[in-house]
Write a protein that binds this ligand. Structure first.
Ligand code: FEO
Length: 388
């Protein structure tokens, strides 16, 4: 696939992977993107995951048309992109490796590279590399998603090689952009779960990129973005600012025998009767955890309903809350429903985790169910609906 006359896509679609990063379900697979820029000097932009080495090498050789690459630019050392560096430096002994001081600090931890010192081209913020007609400029983007991440701007064709930023789950053989609802959900799920913790660093990167005139974004996963780039940049701005994308409610429940689930579903019914329609209900024991996390970030309000378990939180809810905390979840209105037959305690424990997050507006009181909903609980749910 050609991005332009001189920029060629050599990445690979992985349709068979069971779990990306050994934890995320990717029903439509994942792509590992890599590119070749052809000019007086030839550049390879990143490699691919070990699962696609053979296919990638074939595409690389086809794109090179017998030329020997001059440079390998390493945007990110995570093995889904960097696995084949050692193979590449052995195959092309004259090729130089372009990276920053952190790239080169971590590289020997992964690879044994002969003549490592002689092969390095160390770049800093704003440095350029002339290829002939094209010119690459490097910008550091630490923690989007690892400390050594950098993005590369090709000045002539105005192409941004954005590393993990602007990526998306899903193979790219059938996709263009991610503006329809289903694709946007997968882009959000990718961003929130993988980079969500680093909103401040993403904001810093967006500020730098705002000074560039960009025609095309070439990420390391997902489709190449060519049109209406403001749409994608705006989504990243919202997500990285921890601003809710929509006024809506996620009701997330963890229920052992179904009574807590009944309470969660009853609340959804009451909310709908009260005219609130943008509601999503997730059974944390059964749904994909990364979807629930993504929905929590999407909406402005979150209801947590959990059984008490071993005097604490039922594990599916504990896992959900601890993941939210790890991803810097913040700036949301939250309500708690707890359940327990003899000593309901999950509410207090959920509140303890919430209290470690920033700007959580907890709706009082915590609703306590003893085994199953009673008349008083129904009134409390009605009051909660009005409060929301
Ligand atoms: Fe796609 Fe952070 O690697």
């Amino acid at each position: 696939m050609k991005i332009s006359e001189d920029i060629i896509y050599i990445g690979a679609n992985d349709k068979d992977i069971d779990l990306f990063e050994s934890q995320y379900k990717v029903p439509n697979g994942i792509s590992y993107n890599s590119y070749v820029i052809k000019d007086e000097k030839t550049v390879i932009m990143d490699t691919v995951d070990r699962r696609k080495t053979t296919e990638w090498l074939e595409s690389l050789e086809k794109a090179l048309e017998g030329k020997v690459p001059d440079y390998l630019v390493v945007s990110h050392l995570e093995p889904d992109h960097a696995y084949n560096i050692e193979l590449l430096v052995s195959k092309y002994p004259t090729m130089k490796i372009v990276g920053n001081n952190k790239t080169f600090a971590f590289m020997p931890q992964f690879f044994d590279i002969a003549d490592f010192e002689e092969r390095k081209i160390l770049v800093k913020e704003g440095d350029t590399l002339n290829l002939g007609k094209h010119c690459l400029q490097f910008f550091m983007a630490p923690m989007v998603h690892w400390p050594e991440v950098m993005v590369t701007y090709e000045k002539t064709e105005k192409v941004l090689f954005s590393a993990d930023a602007f990526g998306k789950f899903g193979c790219i053989d059938t996709e263009e952009g991610w503006k329809n609802e289903k694709d946007l959900d997968e882009a959000r799920r990718y961003y929130i779960n993988i980079v969500g913790k680093y909103g401040m660093q993403v904001q810093a990167a967006l500020k730098k990129l705002s000074t560039l005139d960009i025609n095309t974004i070439c990420p390391l996963h997902g489709p190449i973005l060519k049109e209406n780039l403001e749409y994608y940049i705006n989504k990243y701005n919202i997500w990285s600012s921890y601003i809710p994308e929509e006024d809506g409610i996620l009701i997330a429940y963890a229920s052992i025998h179904g009574n807590t689930a009944d309470a969660a579903n009853k609340l959804a019914d009451i909310l709908k009767k009260d005219g609130y329609n943008n509601i999503c209900v997730k059974d944390l024991s059964r749904c994909d955890f990364s979807e629930a996390i993504s929905e929590a970030f999407k909406y402005s309000k979150l209801i947590l309903a959990s059984s008490t378990y071993n005097m604490g939180i039922f594990p599916p809810m504990a896992n959900f809350l601890n993941r939210l905390k790890g991803l810097n979840y913040q700036n949301r209105k939250v309500a708690i429903i707890e359940n327990g037959t003899w000593a309901p305690n999950s509410g207090k424990c959920m509140n303890e985790i919430l209290s470690e997050m920033k700007d959580i507006d907890l709706i009082q009181p915590i609703i306590t169910i003893k085994s199953k909903l009673n008349e008083n609980n129904l009134k409390e749910l009605e009051n909660l609906s009005k409060e929301l």
